[in-house]
Design a protein around this ligand. Structure first.
Ligand code: DX5
Length: 215
């Protein structure tokens, strides 16, 4: 199972975003994640479709738009048009998950569902056949640099037992220490913000530290 490293721009120097994205790509990042927050679903306000557009111009890597927003169905077309390869919505943020996933696919993007730490993986049973990826949040979403929630590997194992082929992503507190734990449990897509863009040795060293930890 190839492990993919996905720097999230939440911890990047947004004043030099193009440069920071290009640096991550040159250092071997597999995808880039844009952490979209609306100040309602999470107590933080971040990026919109314009930033996805800017990232799209900066890299040929797949871009994930992680919509930590209420009523994500209002924004799907804007993020798809901005160039998102995959759009992730929070299972807790919509009352029409099936229709929202169908709409993402109709817009030509891949569909992902993110679940918060207190949401059971079993809530995803019926939607699994229709999505490309599940993001198991390993922190309560809203901020970068938080502590990895220790029960996360058990949750990943339970999700892997529900589906042998769904792509399992993890997001929050992923670094050289926690990456082996989540990969051993069945995750293969590692979102990393602070451990890449906040790494003391720089972006390339941050990516390499995680890669070395899981290889
Ligand atoms: C939700 C954010 C973070 C970010 C990664 O809070 O979306 O999970 O992506 O954060 P860190 O800095 O923990 O890797």
């Amino acid at each position: 199972m190839k492990v993919e490293i996905v720097p999230s721009i939440l911890s990047a120097d947004v004043g030099r975003l193009t440069e920071q994205v290009k640096e991550a790509e040159a250092a071997g990042a597999d995808r880039i994640q844009v952490d979209v927050m609306d100040g309602h679903f999470v107590p933080n306000l971040t990026f919109g479709p314009l930033v996805v557009q800017a990232v799209r111009k900066a890299t040929s890597l797949p871009i994930e738009a992680h919509l930590m927003v209420l009523r994500p169905e209002l924004f799907l077309e804007a993020f798809a048009k901005a160039g998102a390869t995959l759009i992730e919505i929070q299972v807790e943020a919509t009352s029409s998950l099936y229709r929202t996933v169908q709409t993402i696919n109709e817009l030509g993007a891949k569909a992902g569902v993110a679940i918060n730490p207190a949401t059971p993986v079993e809530d995803l049973r019926e939607i699994l056949p229709y999505i490309d990826l599940v993001n198991v949040m390993t922190v309560e979403p809203g901020f970068g640099g938080q502590k990895f929630i220790p029960h996360s590997p058990d949750k990943i194992r339970r999700l892997r037992a529900m589906s042998a082929d769904i792509e399992i992503e993890v997001d929050g507190g992923i670094d050289a220490r926690t990456a082996p734990l989540v990969v051993a449990a069945g995750a293969s897509v590692l979102v990393a913000g602070n451990s890449v863009y906040g790494y003391k040795g720089g972006i390339a060293a941050g990516i390499r530290a995680i890669r070395d930890a899981v290889d």
